[in-house]
Design a protein around this ligand. Sequence first.
Ligand code: GLU
Length: 419
Amino acid sequence: MAIEVEKPSFYESALKQFDLAADILSLPPDLRMVLRMPKRELTVNFPVRMDDGSVKMYTGYRVQHNMNAGPAKGGIRYSPEVSLDEVRALAMLMTWKCAVLGIPYGGAKGGVIVDRRLLSRMELERLTRRYATEISVIIGPDLDIPAPDVNTDGQVMAWIMDTLSMHHGRNVPAVVTGKPIAIGGSRGRVEATGRGVYIVAREAAKHENIPFEGAKVVIQGFGNVGSVSAKLLHEAGCKIIGLSDIYGAIYDPNGINIPLALQYIKEHGKLSGLPGSQDINNDQLLEIPCDILIPAAIEGVLHRNNAEKVSAKLIVEAANGPTTPEADVIFERRRIPVIPDILTNAGGVTVSYFEWVQDRENFFWSEKRVNDQLEEMMADSIKNVFSRADTMNISMRMAAYVVAVSRVAEATEFRGIYP
Ligand code: GLU
């Protein structure tokens, strides 16, 4: 039986990680106070007409954490688990993520408390358009630019873009990223987060002297991020021995056939039952002995109750916030390097930045240009973070935070306090 784990506040965890970095940087108390708090938080309660004519009330949020380096940027998620605490934490992580990559954005996040699977397509569209209208008072190409996140996609972004464009009476493509290419999206954006995860896993394996070809990899999550990462890692010769989706997990010590898994999930809606693999549960998945463990689902999955049982040589955080601060301490003691989310999954927001630039210039890049520039920006940031970790003898997370927080602190100090 799985142990019941009390869910700690995600925002508290994010603050704890920030405080540790602020200590390393000896950040002055005033500056620390400013950077700890979100600049703006919007809660919206709104009605949606259901297909049967009834009306349901929904609650959504948009939080902007820091906007000193540029307009706020971050995804919108649809999930029954969404809370203000979660959105606050994720907005703060976006600030650091953009800063590690040196992208001129601040951090934001949004979410609606809803189980997308229970809505028809028409209901999803009405909910999206109404939520977009409710948050339209604080989003815009120079203000705050949403993107896809858990359970949202290009279609949802298209409805947001269309809604805002209708309000303005003209096309406003740069108000969201992760749009379909037909309406101003970027080539390579759908795969960007997974591609970034692949680049980081490859470089981290090199840094840890783990032979990449033939490396045994376990991936939790087979959504947009997990599936693209799995595909690219498989193509590079890694052996994906464990994989999961929201329904369960599968294991194959000889390596899962990823193209087959992608086909199977399209036909069956889940991974369970994939020929040649053994069905296991999610707890077992995280404990499989492997070279690289990639949590690519949601926050808080590696915690104090299972961190001792993890049997990986390297953890690469594709999800946002998958490791709690307590688990971080355990992994540090056990000398298991954790490559942090704010670096690992930054490929998504990096290509979002490229999309925004392309929208504003009305000039669209080839997929090769997008991927080359992504590779270059990720490689620079990885090098920067790894060398910071080595020279300062700190964890990869702290190294990434030191890079990010010092950049945001510098921008915040230069701007000063108004009035
Ligand atoms: N939702 C993604 C993230 O957590 C992408 C955000 C963006 O592109 O703005 O990084």
